[in-house]
Design a protein around this ligand. Sequence first.
Ligand SMILES: NC(=O)c1ccc[n+]([C@@H]2O[C@H](COP(=O)([O-])OP(=O)(O)OC[C@H]3O[C@@H](n4cnc5c(N)ncnc54)[C@H](OP(=O)(O)O)[C@@H]3O)[C@@H](O)[C@H]2O)c1
Length: 254
Amino acid sequence: MKMTDNTILITGGTSGIGRGLAEAFHALGNKVIIAGRRQDRLDAITADNPGMRGLSLDVCDVDVVSALAARLAEEEPALNVLINNAGISRQEKLTPGDASLGITRDIVETNIMSVVHATAAFLPLIKTKANATVITTGSGLAFVPRNNFPTYCASKAFLHSWVQSLRVQLLREGIEVLELVPPYVQSELAGAHQLTDPHAMPLHAFIAEVMENLGKGDTPEGEILVERVKGHRYADRNGEYTKHFANFNGGVTP
Ligand SMILES: NC(=O)c1ccc[n+]([C@@H]2O[C@H](COP(=O)([O-])OP(=O)(O)OC[C@H]3O[C@@H](n4cnc5c(N)ncnc54)[C@H](OP(=O)(O)O)[C@@H]3O)[C@@H](O)[C@H]2O)c1
């Protein structure tokens, strides 16, 4: 994708990977609009990054997302990049009597339905631009699941498949479709402990590698892959799926 002179909307821009991407693109001189539910975070991040815009948004509210697309068509007519990054992760038990449909529904609504809807809502605006791009944040867990995050892993597997179909359908429209595939990264995704978990990739290193790959156009098969995620991304191709699955699942093999 083009790295400068974009107008970029990033959902889930109030922390972690979304904030990191927002600040990296802002530093390159792009017009960046971050969206999320936490107004205090929006205020703090935009204060730290003059020129960046913050918008309060619950991506699960279909009417609000549609209204935002109409509003930005007026206020930010140059918008040419949508980054579907908002997401949640929750542990779930599927053992008899333990399942929580509420958690499952929240993940499906946030990680799947909101991406499908935001993409539909914003495509009419971005399709008219040169260098239109849609980036969706998936996960290495799409490729090797952890049993304690069943719906989360499945939601990212959904996105991986859906993004491939989207890419083919938007080919003739000249819209680039990319999938960002993070490994385990230091963020608040699974709770505050993840911010300092030494097993997680430091956020700044992840963002730096992502920006370097994007800048070089190093996006094989439309995927943005840092070195650390390639073992999981290519586990099946490399005949290492069973090994990685067992590592994630207490030695149990598929
Ligand atoms: N960190 C990892 O290890 C990892 C690995 C693979 C993939 N990912 C993916 O990376 C993306 C970003 O996660 P992160 O690691 O940066 O975690 P994070 O710091 O918890 O960020 C999640 C972001 O999503 C936003 N969000 C959640 N629900 C929302 C809603 N209903 N409406 C609007 N915004 C919402 C949050 O903003 P508000 O709370 O302000 O609304 C926040 O900005 C997610 O899609 C996640 O699945 C992360």
